[in-house]
Design a protein around this ligand. Structure first.
Ligand SMILES: [Zn+2]
Length: 311
């Protein structure tokens, strides 16, 4: 175990903004490969914290079976994590909108720059997100159409339930994943669980997937369990359920369950009158892979996403 400083910048009152990583070097015959596990870009997404903790311990104990290097970065936005703020505090800024950053830029930009430079040259990076405080997601990898060919084989190794391939039109060029894929680091974005919480079963599921990936690429010779085959969104429709009314949302289906078109996904209640102001229905049958967790809704709030059948 080797703790290294990736980026350090002075803060006003004799403190430092410091990004750290835990470098675990395998003791088995070297293979020249490096995998980075990163998380905590959004300070209110915590599922990745537990994955990092579990992985660091597991690899440190199993160095004899590891070849190559695994770098673990649990907190790319430590100020956000410490203060329970999604963005980069003080600047009111989504840190995942400033990559690849700039060496001579603002504090946030130069931090982003240091992070990209540090990861550059790695073979694979897994960027773990956990939705936000509003929506709960089943473990999934999100890939944009442009990088589908390069990334899908690795996404299938990660023991997730779903691989969601986005249209190229929705690609954000200022994300860490975009910056890294552009410089040749195969970067997989994982979304799972819900903001401000840790879902232990999801973390264990992804951990098993990471160990499987390390084994598949020849870095891990230890045990790794059998992984599941995810649904892949290709040629499937995604149904969005949004509320029309404002009120308190009570789900009527379970997350990660299969529904039929027309099923009631949940009800919106008016707490003042007790009336049900809306029963939101599924626009198509399929798997409820996103379900609203935060009860307060306004007109237009996202309540659920459904992965439809093959078209
Ligand atoms: Zn995120």
């Amino acid at each position: 175990m080797m703790i290294k400083v990736v980026s350090s910048a002075a803060l006003p009152v004799t403190e430092n903004l410091m990004i750290q990583k835990n470098r675990i070097e395998g003791a088995a015959e070297p293979c020249g490969k490096r995998v980075c596990i990163v998380t905590g870009t959004h300070g209110d997404e915590l599922e990745g914290q537990y994955v990092c903790a579990r992985l660091a311990k597991l690899l440190a104990d199993g160095r004899q079976s590891l070849s190559g290097v695994v770098d673990i970065y649990p907190a790319l936005n430590p100020l956000g994590i410490d203060s329970i703020i999604r963005g980069f505090p003080m600047f009111n800024l989504d840190m995942n909108r400033i990559f690849p950053g700039s060496a001579s830029g603002s504090l946030a930009e130069s931090t982003a720059y240091d992070i990209v430079k540090d990861i550059e040259g790695a073979d694979i990076c897994i960027d773990i997100h956990s939705s936000n405080i509003f929506l709960r997601e089943i473990p999934q990898v999100r890939v944009n159409e442009q990088s589908e060919e390069a990334l899908l084989p690795y996404a299938l190794m990660l023991n997730v339930d779903l691989v969601w391939i986005h249209a190229a039109a929705t690609v954000l060029e200022s994300t860490l994943a975009y910056a890294l894929n552009a410089c040749g680091v195969k970067t997989l974005v994982v979304e799972m669980g819900v903001g401000m919480r840790i879902t232990e079963s999801y973390c264990e599921q992804l951990l098993a997937g990471i160990m499987n990936l390390l084994r598949e690429i020849g870095m891990w010779r230890g045990a790794a369990g059998k992984v599941r085959s995810p649904e892949v969104s290709k040629d499937r429709s995604v149904g969005f359920v949004n509320s029309d009314a404002a009120g308190i949302f009570i789900p009527r289906v379970a997350h990660n369950s299969v529904v039929n078109a027309g099923d009631v996904i949940g009800s919106v209640l008016d707490p003042l009158t007790g009336m049900t102001v809306e029963n939101a229905v599924a626009p198509c049958g399929g798997l409820v892979f996103t379900l609203r967790e935060y009860p307060v809704v306004f007109g237009g709030s996202l309540l659920a996403r459904i992965m439809g059948a093959l078209q």
